[in-house]
Structure formats: C-alpha cells, structure tokens
Design a protein around this ligand. Structure first.
Ligand SMILES: NC(=O)c1ccc[n+]([C@@H]2O[C@H](COP(=O)([O-])OP(=O)(O)OC[C@H]3O[C@@H](n4cnc5c(N)ncnc54)[C@H](O)[C@@H]3O)[C@@H](O)[C@H]2O)c1
Length: 284
C-alpha cells in the first residue's frame, strides 16, 4: 500500500524534514501549522534544503522542483480530511499530542493511518484517542531528517500488521531504513543515547572538563561525528528534557533523571540551535 495524500502536523525541526522526505515518495503533502507565519517559514526552510541538495549535486533542479510542487501548507487541521496518512510532529508533550490525536480521529477517515514522531511518549496512549486504534503507530525519524538513514517504526500493542507494513513501506519509499521496535520509552536509540547525553551534562556541571573538551573527547576518542553538547543543541534542549522526563517516568532509573543544569537552561530559553543559544551560540 502506498500513500497518495500525506498530512504532516507541526512545522518545527521535524515537521519540516518529514514534509520534505514524504514529498520524495511521490505523494502530495499538506503540512499543517498553527500560524500562517510558521507555515510560510516551513516552506522557506524546505526551499533552502532542496536548494542545498541541488548545490551538492544530490538532486537535479527539475527533481527538486517536482518535490517542492507536491508540498502545500495550511493552518486548519480539518484540511487533512482527505489524507490517507497523517504524521504528527508537534512538541514532545503528552497532553498536546493526546488532544491532537483526538482531533485527528474526528477529522480523517477511519482507514487513515496516523503516526506519531514522538521520541519517548507511549504510542498506545495516543492510539487510544482515536476510533480504530489499530491504525496508529510510531514513525520515529531522526534529525536531520533529510540526512539520517534510520527510522524506528514503533508497534503499540494495539497496531495491526497492515498498519506496521504500511508504515514500513512508507519509510522505504522515503529512502530510509526502517527498524521495527516495541512501544517502550526511548525505543532503541534514545533509550541508549540519552543516559550518555545526560551524563555529559553531569560531568560538565561537575567541572570535569569544558564543553569543548568533552565534545572533542567523544569525537576523537569514540569516533562520534559530533560531541554530546553539539548534539543536544541540534536536538533542542527542551525536546531533550522532555525525552529524559519521559524516560525517567517509565524506568525510574537515575541515569534518566535530568541533570539540573539542563532544566535551568530550558527555563532560561536556551534551547540550542533553534533559539540561537544553548551550550554554544548560533549567530542568526
Ligand atoms: N529534535 C529532534 O532531534 C527530534 C528527533 C526525532 C523526533 N523528535 C520528535 O519530533 C517531535 C517534534 O520535535 P521538534 O524537534 O520538531 O520540535 P520543535 O520545537 O522544533 O517543533 C515543535 C512543533 O510543535 C508545535 N507546537 C508547540 N506547541 C504546540 C501546541 N500546544 N499545539 C500544537 N502544536 C504545538 C510548534 O509550533 C512546532 O511546530 C517531538 O515529538 C520530538 O520528540 C525530535
């Protein structure tokens, strides 16, 4: 089964990337944002991303224009009514996602597959907001979406095989590698990655080394492409904090308890690249 009309809700870091890769499958894609400013901004971000790919020789001009022609934007969730697949990419906050799923359930057809991009939240809780919860699953892309090969396809206990198969087909059509995973907080990657990122903040707080020193150590000593603080800034400190809170809520393991410095930085609005400042500064 291949999707013809895809809706993407949310126009942040992930919404923009998911919209772009979804359009490469040949489907038309409608991205839904809360404001016209954000909807316009996401289209500009996609234009810039496609232009970069043309510059780097990854796509030719005509192909990039064809992808872009398939993308439109709206501020009305009801405009997603005709979609046969909807991807949710809004903020990592369970109450926001629960409300959105209830709305989506009342807007789209009962056969529409609905997926969440959540990093850690229980997909089953979202599934239970809609009639026919068997058509809900997780499709967890990684950041930056256009670059990262892996997608975790999350199977809540309610999902049908048809839903999981359709999600896997979609991921492959996006040119990505799907890995099926159980609906358990953090799935594979974040369950393993976030104790490491959290402990990096802990040793920074303890004064073991500078942030530059810790980043350089993990690149040079482990062969990682970027250090923990560059990665936290890329993910977003607010999203990282929400991920750690959800992991701690699920496992009550001290490694997941967010280090106070991270929470303080989020309170100060230091969210990483998206706000212009996090562990590093990002001139705008
Ligand atoms: N950032 C990452 O590296 C990453 C990677 C994989 C998955 N995710 C997941 O993707 C989702 C989105 O993350 P992001 O990094 O794009 O976040 P972001 O902060 O860049 O974007 C969040 C989006 O949610 C919208 N939003 C905020 N509050 C809302 C509300 N009350 N109602 C409706 N929409 C609201 C914002 O307008 C924005 O469009 C989260 O579930 C996150 O866990 C993030």
């Amino acid at each position: 089964m291949s999707f013809q009309k895809i809706g993407v809700v949310g126009s942040g870091i992930m919404g923009s990337g998911v919209t772009e890769v979804a359009a490469t499958t040949g489907a038309s894609v409608l991205v839904c944002s809360r404001t016209t400013e954000r909807a316009d901004a996401v289209l500009v971000a996609i234009d810039q991303s496609l232009a970069r790919q043309v510059e780097k020789g990854k796509r030719d001009v005509e192909e990039a224009a064809e992808v872009r022609r398939r993308i439109t934007a709206t501020t009305e969730v009801k405009d997603l009514a005709e979609c046969d697949f909807v991807m949710e990419t809004v903020v990592e906050d369970l109450s926001v996602k629960l409300e959105l799923f209830a709305t989506l359930g009342s807007v789209v057809a009962p056969t529409t597959v609905i997926a969440t991009c959540t990093s850690t939240l229980p997909v089953i809780d979202l599934a239970m907001q809609v009639e026919h919860p068997e058509r809900v699953c997780g499709v967890h892309f990684f950041n930056p979406v256009t670059v990262m090969a892996l997608v975790e396809v999350v199977r809540p206990i309610s999902a049908s095989d048809d839903t999981i198969d359709a999600a896997i087909d979609f991921v492959r059509a996006c040119g990505k590698e799907p890995i099926e995973v159980k609906d358990q907080a953090g799935f594979i990657v974040n369950a393993l990655l976030f104790p490491y990122l959290n402990n990096a903040v802990r040793i920074l707080e303890q004064g073991v080394a500078t942030r530059e020193g810790i980043d350089a150590a993990m690149k040079g000593g482990c062969g990682f492409p970027m250090g923990p603080f560059a990665l936290l800034d890329l993910v977003g400190l607010d999203t990282s904090l929400a991920i750690l809170d959800a992991l701690y809520a699920e496992y009550a393991d001290a490694n997941f308890a967010p280090v106070p410095l991270l929470r303080r930085m989020v309170s100060a609005g230091q969210l990483g690249r998206k706000s212009g400042a996090g562990f590093y500064q990002y001139p705008r």
